[in-house]
Design a binder for this molecule. Structure first.
Ligand code: GLA
Length: 378
């Protein structure tokens, strides 16, 4: 992809360019916990967004999306925000870098990627992190630390894309390390790399290709529920809440808010259980918690959908060790921990059954845990 992007860059802008990349992510467990100060357990994957870039000596950014075959040009002041969503990610990263005292000058860029869109693999975080990393290298002598790079991406989502997301996706995209999952404590931002060596198992994603366009920003609504409950409990985030505490205020909050908070409190513990189990090589416990997460996301947090519930049921019927909806929800994919000897049977069954019911097969995405943001050298 590097040579291809550089060739397109030369054709469009007439100069050489440097190439940067950042990765999409999976998350083994710990969903909707990041903005609640809880734990997450993601890793970067071998699917990237790559950007060829060169400084252009003006005060304008000229960006070409090779995948969309679209071009945008914008300045670097707040009033220069482009209308196109894809360009707003790049603009947001520029603005958030500048807001933190960083330098950004005009540049040209051509970018493309192979992170499946809408599958819950954080293609937008990969895009943000690739540019945050690039601007740090090109204009700021790499003086902006890695956490700040992740926060630049997160603030881009908040301030330029309307998603009040947590830090997980950008964190994973920036900090990703080959063959390692990362347990992040989203309250203290302490993190630990866990080598992921599931001998005899495969991690596979099944993309339902379903994306439910929901009105009302349901993601932001979930976050608001959690914040309401935290407020009612008098704690900063649900990280500091227990089920006993929640039961103590049950009559002061709606059933819906109760359910949301119950899920988050349970999920917090499940991440810790999975990390312990992984260290002992106890994949049965890992898988059990994955199924419990799915159930919670479906019944209590209500971010699943019939298609993803169906994929989860098929996994269970096939004897798959662990399976759950991954990412923010409302469509996308399931992540499955499958014994190698079951893999072929599971994939064939899932394809046939899903196709029979929904008229198309889910897309199989094999992932390798890989490095996060970097400069692409030969
Ligand atoms: C999206 C958000 C993340 C996180 C997940 C759910 O991917 O960007 O911050 O909240 O949903 O775990």
């Amino acid at each position: 992809m590097k040579e291809k992007l550089q060739a397109i860059f030369k054709e469009k802008f007439g100069t050489d360019s440097v190439v940067y990349a950042s990765a999409g992510r999976i998350n083994l467990i710990g969903e909707h916990t990041d903005y609640n100060g809880g734990f997450v357990f993601p890793g970067a994957i071998d699917k990237y967004i790559m950007a060829a870039i060169n400084i252009n000596g003006t005060d304008k950014v000229r960006a070409y999306s090779a995948d969309l075959d679209k071009f945008a040009e914008f300045g670097l002041n707040e009033a220069d925000a482009p209308a196109e969503q894809w360009a707003r990610y790049i603009f947001g990263v520029c603005r958030e870098t500048i807001k933190r005292g960083g330098t950004v000058k005009g540049f040209d860029t051509v970018f493309a990627g192979n992170v499946p869109l809408g599958a819950g693999l954080s293609s937008s975080a990969a895009l943000e992190s690739a540019f945050a990393f690039a601007l740090n290298d090109l204009f700021n002598d790499n003086k902006i630390d890695k956490f700040e790079l992740a926060k630049i991406g997160q603030s881009t989502e908040h301030n330029y894309c309307g998603v009040n997301c947590g830090i997980m996706d950008q964190f994973a995209s920036v900090f990703g390390k080959k063959n390692c999952l990362i347990r992040l404590d989203c309250r203290s931002l302490e993190y630990e790399y866990f080598p992921f060596d599931a001998k005899g198992y495969k991690l596979v994603l099944l993309d339902s290709k379903v994306k439910h366009e929901l009105v009302d920003s349901p993601y932001n609504k979930r976050r608001e529920s959690c914040e309401r409950v935290a407020k009612a409990l008098g704690v900063e985030t649900l990280r500091d809440a227990s089920i006993e505490m929640l039961n103590g205020i049950k009559d002061q909050i709606s059933q819906e808010d109760y359910n949301r908070a119950e899920y988050v409190i349970d999920e917090k513990q499940r991440v810790l259980d999975v990390c312990d189990a992984l260290q002992k090589g106890d994949f049965e416990t890992v898988g059990d918690r994955m199924y419990k997460t799915h159930e919670g996301m479906s019944k209590l947090y209500e971010v699943s959908c019939v298609e993803l519930d169906y994929l989860n049921d098929i996994a269970k019927e096939c004897g798959v060790t662990g399976s759950r909806i991954m990412g923010g929800g409302f469509g996308g994919c399931t992540i499955n921990l499958v014994k190698e000897e079951l893999y072929d049977h599971f994939i064939a069954t899932a394809k046939a059954k899903f196709n029979e019911k929904y008229g198309h097969e889910p897309v199989v995405i094999d992932v390798i845990i890989s490095d996060g943001a970097h400069k692409v050298v030969d």
